[in-house]
Design a protein. Structure first.
Length: 246
């Protein structure tokens, strides 16, 4: 093709057709420019296609991470042996029994043990970390991009703060009562119970009852935090899936 254009150019010059030569030269330049623009457009299209594929891959990994985190949240709140819902219920039972001067019965050992259990869900963040390393701008939709940042920074941080407060209260207050006033027993089926060394004394221990009330309030606050982040995770997952399917 280049030889063809060169032959025409030489022919026009040899025939001294200067005007036609300049018109031809301008046309050739325009063809080159158009060719470059087309090549750039194709390159941009290819790069955009690659970026879109990377965006989809990153968002699908985040969706997978959210599924994992939601499953672990459900374990902590509802399904595992010492789940948060059960622990809160045990705290309420123990407080009521002590305050109403009820007699000791065997099931209280399980409830006493549950009042001192707490757990933290695992939030899987590999997808978010991968996206952050590439650049958050990879996600074209600004609302999705903002929601991802909000969840993995503020929401998780708030939940971790609620858990830290609960853990701190347990170690600074509740743990002392366990060590001084209870004996940990393991039953035949492996079930662990806390047996009060002196139940009658425990019933009139105002410091212990007040500590139970505070620990209950912290557990309930922690449960609210977990429910809030669960709702956010569900909504974020739904929004990402809708975005990917559009």
């Amino acid at each position: 093709m280049i030889k063809f254009f060169r032959r025409i150019r030489y022919q026009l010059m040899s025939e001294n057709k200067t005007g036609k030569y300049f018109k031809y030269a301008i046309g050739e330049i325009l063809l080159v420019v158009i060719g470059i623009l087309i090549a750039l457009q194709i390159n941009n299209w290819n790069e955009g296609k690659k970026a879109k594929a990377k965006e989809r891959e990153a968002l699908l990994e985040i969706v997978s991470d959210l599924d994992y985190s939601l499953n672990d949240l459900d374990k902590v709140v509802n399904t595992q042996n010492n789940n948060l819902t059960k622990n809160i219920n045990s705290l309420k039972i123990v407080i009521k029994v002590l305050q109403t001067d009820q007699k000791y019965h065997d099931s209280l050992g399980t409830h006493f043990n549950s009042t001192n259990s707490y757990d933290e869900p695992y939030f899987k963040t590999s997808g978010y970390n991968s996206l952050s390393s590439i650049g958050m701008d990879l996600v074209e939709d600004s609302k999705i991009r903002s929601a991802i940042g909000q969840f993995y920074s503020a929401a998780i941080s708030d939940t971790e703060g609620a858990f830290s407060e609960l853990k701190k209260d347990f170690h600074e207050y509740m743990l002392d009562f366990i060590r001084k006033d209870f004996t940990l027993l393991t039953l035949d089926k492996g079930q662990k119970v806390l047996y009060p060394n002196n139940y009658e004394t425990l019933k009139v221990n105002k410091e212990y009852i007040q500590s139970l009330r505070i620990f209950l309030a912290l557990n309930e606050s922690y449960l609210n935090s977990l429910n809030d982040i669960k709702d956010e995770a569900i909504q974020l997952k739904k929004d990402i899936e809708t975005y990917l399917n559009d």
